[in-house]
Design a protein around this ligand. Structure first.
Ligand SMILES: [Mg+2]
Length: 112
């Protein structure tokens, strides 16, 4: 991704803020694909053309901007993600959280 950008002299535009805005824009394009698809039909429709192909394009755009942003910030994305996953495994034990959405206990407290 860095080489692709260097070859086009685009690194001058890749400050962190601009990359974050580009990333958010691509997340918005991904969200737009699903915006009016009923929740119970989203997975089924996204597993078929044409939505599958469009989703793959937008997910790729998100990934590529994320990789470029991590590179610009000297973050090893694979190591950082593995650290985060290790932390999540400690925070959300299988025994305590199996079949429970993270944060669902907060909502339970609000109802009571
Ligand atoms: Mg896009």
């Amino acid at each position: 991704m860095r080489q692709f950008s260097e070859e086009r002299d685009w690194l001058q535009f890749h400050d962190p803020k601009s990359l974050i805005l580009a990333l958010v824009g691509e997340v918005g394009e991904l969200a737009e694909l699903f915006q009016w698809v009923p929740s119970d039909k989203a997975k089924q429709r996204a597993s078929k053309m044409p939505l599958q192909a469009r989703a793959a394009e937008e997910i790729s755009d998100v990934l590529l901007y994320l990789v470029r942003l991590a590179d610009e910030l000297d973050i090893n994305l694979v190591e950082a993600a593995n650290r985060k996953l290790d932390d999540s495994q400690k925070r959300f034990s299988i025994e305590q959280f199996r079949s429970k959405a993270p944060g669902s206990s907060v909502l339970d407290d609000e109802v009571e």
